[in-house]
Design a protein around this ligand. Structure first.
Ligand SMILES: [Zn+2]
Length: 314
């Protein structure tokens, strides 16, 4: 089996931007779009982006197959968003709309029908297209330079994460993924309070880990692992005392595999507030802490300051 090397359309986009990769190309396309819209600070106004792309939005009560659907009719794009998806998690709806903007951006750049249809001519091409549109959504809502500066300033303590969500108006999930990119040399685990079967104890278990690397250079745990693989026991401690913890001598152990480095445990604080935003007004209610994030990195490439932030005197 040969490795999938990308569709003709994505290759054309990468050439247009003289980018080293398709990812870099889509990021460059997003940066250019935001410049053209005159957007210089967060939260990114999707209204401005949509109007620049000549795209209408329509909030519908009709059942949709996904949170949003993109329609094209005689060159006119419309994004239909489900009302339920919007009111349930409006920041996630912003990501969904920004993802559709990624699709439209590609159409605008490629123009040519053959290139456009190559984008999802095979299952692999389609998967790559969706991945790139997620990258576009992340880059549109959290432009790299703006996110980098905000993370440096606020850090990723619970208060920092709360501040970052206010600044960028994104979902928890989108923010954590963005933050990991903005913190060089780091990767992260997500631990969620759950039981996998009715017979299992409900406790914090890994739902997301850094990608497995056979050399053991990166820490890794399989999904479902409990917090006892981490020592000192900072996951339990952070949950119990509801505080962030920085640990310079962290060990993550699985059988004979051991990783040592720096770790930072954090979470989103419990908040309840009302939001007014261009898509409407929304409320977010208090939620118990059900997800814990463990950021990890080698000691020589990470620092306390990068996690705690300048504004908090780290
Ligand atoms: Zn898509």
């Amino acid at each position: 089996m040969t490795k999938f090397s990308g569709s003709k359309g994505i290759a054309a986009l990468t050439r247009t931007f003289r980018a080293p990769s398709s990812e870099a190309a889509i990021r460059a396309a997003c940066a250019r779009l935001l410049r053209q819209c005159g957007i210089e600070r967060p939260p990114i106004s999707l209204k401005k982006v949509l109007s620049h792309l000549g795209t209408a939005t329509e909030i519908t009560d009709d059942p949709l197959n996904s949170d949003a659907v993109l329609h094209a009719e005689r060159g006119q794009f419309t994004i239909r968003i489900g009302r339920r998806a919007l009111t349930r998690n409006w920041q996630r709806a912003r990501f969904t709309i920004a993802h559709e903007c990624g699709h439209i951006l590609l159409y605008h750049h490629l123009k040519n029908t053959e290139l456009i249809s190559s984008l999802d001519s095979t299952a692999e091409a389609h998967a790559e297209l969706e991945r790139l549109c997620d990258i576009a959504a992340s880059e549109l809502l959290m432009p790299h330079g703006m996110l980098r500066a905000a993370v440096q300033n606020h850090g990723i303590t619970p208060n920092g994460l709360h501040a970052l969500r206010e600044i960028f108006a994104v979902s928890r999930k989108a923010l954590i993924q963005g933050v990991a990119r903005a913190l060089p040399g780091t990767d992260f685990f997500i631990w969620r309070l759950h039981a996998r079967t009715a017979f299992e104890e409900s406790t914090f278990r890994v739902v997301r880990a850094p990608r497995y690397h056979p050399s053991g250079a990166r820490p890794w745990l399989p999904a479902g692992s409990t917090a006892r693989h981490v020592s000192p026991r900072i996951i339990e401690e952070a949950v119990r005392d509801q505080k962030y913890i920085l640990e310079d001598n962290l060990e993550i152990a699985l059988n004979r595999r051991r990783w040592h480095g720096r770790g930072f445990v954090t979470f989103f604080p419990k908040v309840s507030r009302d939001y007014q935003y261009e898509l409407g007004s929304f409320e977010e209610s208090v939620r118990d802490i059900d997800s814990i994030y463990l950021f990890v990195g080698a000691r020589n490439v990470t620092s306390a300051r990068q996690f705690i932030g300048i504004a908090h005197g780290g």
